[in-house]
Design a protein around this ligand. Structure first.
Ligand code: ARG
Length: 258
């Protein structure tokens, strides 16, 4: 009996020593344990929404800061992967990414394939031509003309509706603009805020916009069709709107709210 008691006492001591040791380690292990990860896809040549920081591969922009803030709010780590714009919806459907943030317009067509978050930015399309172009004053003057647009975008869709137009698609908005510069096309149709940003960053040396903003477009974050992640994202975004964080990010990239 006595022996058993001694044994038990030693066992208890040994255990508590181990626990003390283990306790510390456990805490550390917990810290190092990666938080849940939100795998986000984007097409990262779309300033000021998503683009590489100067001289770096790291991405920045309104969308990037917004999704990072959303991830933080949701308590998840955010990992961002770049891919072609037309690859984003297939990547969502294949389960390779959990969400796509890419200045993506909420359209009825896309809603058949994916689920969108609440809208987070109001956009629209614009026509860009060479500065010396006096013939094209709006989209109505583009009939039968050569138009460039980024592949898979609403800009491409709009261009395809122009009667007799010859539409060429490019992987990025910048490549479409370059084609305009090189004289390969007469016009580019693209997202207004992106075209405007491009012009202010030196594009105005050779290009300008014409006509009015076309189509009322809303950007949304896309998730896999019917994924409940959309609700979590909406909840986080609503919180960011309430606590001023959304406005802070918006102002940083676009100035005061219009
Ligand atoms: N808003 C347009 C669309 O949804 C263009 C988006 C392009 N985005 C990008 N990251 N390249 O079709």
């Amino acid at each position: 009996m006595k022996k058993l008691l001694v044994f038990l006492m030693m066992a208890v001591m040994a255990c508590s020593m181990m626990l003390a040791g283990c306790g510390g380690e456990k805490k550390e292990a917990k810290k190092a344990e990666p938080a849940k990860v939100l795998r986000v896809g984007t097409e990262p040549a779309f300033a000021p929404f998503e683009f590489p920081k100067e001289g770096s591969k790291e991405l920045t922009g309104f969308d990037i800061e917004l999704i990072q803030a959303i991830g933080k709010q949701m308590g998840t780590k955010v990992e961002i992967a770049g891919m072609g714009f037309d690859a984003l919806i297939p990547a969502l459907n294949a389960g390779n990414i959990d969400a796509a943030i890419a200045g993506m317009t909420i359209t009825e067509e896309r809603k058949k394939a994916v689920t969108f978050s609440d809208p987070y930015y109001t956009s629209g399309l614009i026509v860009m031509v060479k500065k010396d172009n006096t013939a094209v004053k709006s989209v109505n003057d583009l009939k039968g003309k050569r138009i460039a647009a980024q592949i898979g975008t609403t800009g491409e869709m709009k261009a395809r509706k122009v009667e007799g137009a010859k539409v060429t698609t490019f992987n990025t908005q910048d490549e479409a603009a370059l084609e305009l510069k090189n004289g390969g096309v007469d016009a580019v149709i693209g997202d207004l805020p992106v075209v405007e940003y491009f012009l202010t960053k030196g594009g105005d040396k050779f290009a300008m916009t014409v006509g009015e903003k076309m189509e009322a477009e809303q950007y949304g974050i896309a998730v896999k069709k019917d994924s409940k992640l959309a609700a979590d994202i909406n909840k986080a975004m609503a919180e960011l709107k309430k606590n001023g964080e959304f406005d802070k990010i918006y102002k940083k990239w676009f100035g005061e709210k219009k």
